[in-house]
Design a protein. Structure first.
Lengths: 402, 85
C-alpha cells in the first residue's frame, strides 16, 4: 500500500484514536510498508488491534487516579534521598536537586533556594560570543562590593575609604564615575576621588551616621549598593548549547530580562514558578511545574509517567493560583472536615470546623474509610435504586432505563 | 527597532481563546457541570488580560501534550476571591 492509501484508511478510523496516536500509527505503518509491503487487510488488522489495545489502556471511570499519582511519585522520591548529595558541586553553578528541589516545587515556595534563569538569545546575537558577553554584563547586577578591593571605615574621623579594583571595574564594564554617582545617591556624606590614586574614593560621613551602632549598617548599605544590572541576577555564566550561546543566570528576574534587547523572550525560562505565574499566567505555571518536576526526577534517573505529574500540576493550579500540596493548599481546601483533619494538625482542624459549624457531606474517600462506609471509587461509585412498582408491573424495559 | 513583547507567544503559554457564550452553554450541558466546577483562572491573570476575557467567561486552552498531542482544557474566569497563599 502507498502512503496515501494508508493515510486514507487511517482517516476512516480516526474516531477510534487521538490525533497523536493516529500520527504515530501513520509513521510506523508507512515505515513497515516501505520495508516489506503491507496489504490492505494487514493495515486494517493492525489499526483494529491498536485501537483495541488503546481502549483497553484507558483509565476506567471511578479509578482512583489521585491515589495512584501519589504513590507513583511518592515511591520513587524515597529512592532519591540517598543519592542526592553526590551531585553537589559538580557543576559550575549550584542548583538544588533531588528531593529538596521536589519538595520545594510541591510546597510552592515563593522563592526557590537557587533561582536559575536560562536566557536564550535572539537569532542575530546567539552566535556572536562578544555580543552575548555584552548582554550578560548588562543584566548581571553589580554591587559596589563586586568592584571593591579594600574597604575601611575610620571611626574617629567618620571617613570611609573605598579602594576600587581596576581589573574588576573593567571586567564588569563599570567606570569610576558610575561608582561615585552611586555613592552620592546614597546620601550618606560627601564623596570625593583621592588626588593621589584615581581608584581611591573617600566618603566623608555626615554627622548622623557617626553613631557607632549605625556604622555597621552603613557598611552593608555601601557595599550592597546597586551599581548596574538587573536586581536579583547575581551571576551569569555563558554556556554553549548546540550551535548557540545561552546565558545561565543565578538569580531570577523574568519580567525585566524579557525586556532586554537581544534576548529571545519567547524561550526564556526561570525555575521560579511563582514568577512564571505572575508574568506569563497560570497555564505557563502549570507547564513550568511539569517541566521542573520531570527534570528533577529525570536527573535522578527515575522514570515516572508524565501523566501523574500532569495531574499533580493540574491540582496545584486548579484555583487559578499555584497552591502547595499540603495543609495550606490542596489538602487544606478539601470539602470534608474529616479529610482535612486526617492530614496534619488534626485537633486544630476539628476545632476550627466545630467553631464555624461546618458540615461534612462525606463526598470522598478518606472520610468514608474513617466511618466505615463503601468508598466512592470504582464500583463503589455507582448506586442502584430499585423501583418496586415497576417490578410489580413486570416491565421488561427496566434493564434499559438508566 | 525593538519588537513588542507578547506573552501569548512565549513557549510556556499554550493557546487561550474565549469560548462564545452559546458554545459555552452547549459545553457545560455536554459535560453536565456548573461553570464553577471547571478549573479557574483569575481575572488578573496576565493571559486573561491579554486576550481581554471578562469574569464569567470560559476560556478554551489548547495545550501541547506529550501524551495526547493536543489537549483541550477549559478554565472559568473568576474574580480574585481566594487569598493568595
Amino acid at each position: 500500500m502507498s502512503d496515501e492509501e494508508i493515510d486514507a484508511l487511517l482517516e476512516e478510523y480516526k474516531e477510534l484514536f487521538t490525533p497523536q496516536l493516529k500520527h504515530e500509527l501513520s509513521i510506523k505503518l508507512k515505515n513497515a510498508a516501505r520495508k516489506r509491503g503491507v496489504t490492505r487487510e494487514d493495515v486494517i488488522k493492525i489499526i483494529e488491534f491498536a485501537a483495541k489495545n488503546y481502549h483497553q489502556a484507558l483509565i476506567d471511570p471511578g479509578e482512583a487516579v489521585g491515589t495512584i499519582t501519589a504513590q507513583s511519585i511518592g515511591e520513587p522520591s524515597t529512592q532519591m534521598t540517598l543519592r542526592v548529595f553526590h551531585y553537589a558541586g559538580v557543576r559550575e553553578y549550584n542548583v538544588t536537586l533531588g528531593l529538596p528541589r521536589l519538595i520545594e516545587i510541591v510546597d510552592a515556595r515563593k522563592q526557590p533556594e537557587t533561582p536559575i534563569m536560562e536566557i536564550y538569545l535572539s537569532e542575530d546575537v546567539k552566535h556572536d560570543l562578544e555580543r552575548v558577553k555584552a548582554i550578560a554584563r548588562q543584566i548581571e547586577s553589580t554591587l559596589v562590593e563586586n568592584v571593591t578591593r579594600e574597604f575601611t571605615i575610620d571611626y574617629t574621623e567618620g571617613l570611609v575609604t573605598v579602594m576600587l579594583d581596576p581589573d574588576m571595574l573593567q571586567d564588569k564594564g563599570v567606570s569610576v564615575e558610575q561608582v561615585v554617582e552611586v555613592l552620592k545617591n546614597l546620601e550618606v556624606g560627601e564623596v570625593e576621588v583621592s588626588s593621589e590614586n584615581p581608584y581611591e574614593l573617600r566618603v566623608l560621613l555626615s554627622e548622623e551616621y557617626l553613631d557607632p551602632v549605625k556604622v555597621e549598617k552603613l557598611r552593608t548599605k555601601i557595599l550592597q549598593a546597586h551599581v548596574k544590572g538587573l536586581y536579583g541576577i547575581k551571576k551569569t555564566i555563558i554556556q554553549r548549547r548546540g550551535d548557540e550561546y545561552v546565558i545561565i543566570a543565578e538569580g531570577s528576574n523574568l519580567e525585566e530580562v524579557m525586556r532586554i534587547p537581544g534576548v529571545d523572550w519567547r524561550r526564556i525560562y526561570t525555575n521560579n514558578i511563582h514568577e512564571v505565574e505572575k508574568v506569563l499566567g497560570i497555564e505557563a505555571a502549570r507547564s513550568a511545574i511539569i517541566r521542573e518536576i520531570k527534570n528533577t526526577l529525570d536527573d535522578q534517573g527515575l522514570d515516572v509517567d508524565i501523566r501523574h505529574i500532569m495531574l499533580l500540576a493540574d491540582m496545584m493550579t486548579w484555583t487559578g493560583h499555584v497552591r502547595q500540596v499540603g495543609r495550606m493548599g490542596i489538602a487544606g481546601e478539601k470539602p470534608s472536615v474529616l479529610a482535612k483533619a486526617t492530614f496534619e494538625t488534626t485537633i486544630q482542624k476539628l476545632v476550627e470546623s466545630a467553631v464555624s459549624g461546618e458540615e461534612d457531606k462525606l463526598p470522598s474517600i478518606t472520610e468514608n474509610i474513617i466511618i466505615g462506609q463503601i468508598i466512592p471509587v470504582g464500583t463503589g461509585l455507582v448506586q442502584v435504586y430499585m423501583n418496586p412498582q415497576l417490578i410489580k408491573k413486570g416491565e421488561s424495559e427496566l434493564i434499559d432505563s438508566r | 527597532m525593538r519588537e513588542e513583547i507578547n506573552i501569548l507567544e512565549h513557549e510556556l503559554v499554550p493557546r487561550h481563546e474565549v469560548v462564545p457564550p452559546r458554545e459555552a452553554l452547549e459545553l457545560l450541558r455536554k459535560l453536565g457541570i456548573e461553570p464553577w466546577q471547571l478549573p479557574w483562572i483569575s481575572a488578573d491573570d496576565p493571559v486573561v488580560k491579554a486576550i481581554g476575557a471578562k469574569p464569567g467567561d470560559i476560556i478554551r486552552i489548547i495545550r501541547k501534550s506529550p501524551t495526547a498531542g493536543e489537549f483541550v482544557a477549559y478554565r472559568y474566569v473568576v474574580v480574585e476571591v481566594t487569598k493568595k497563599s
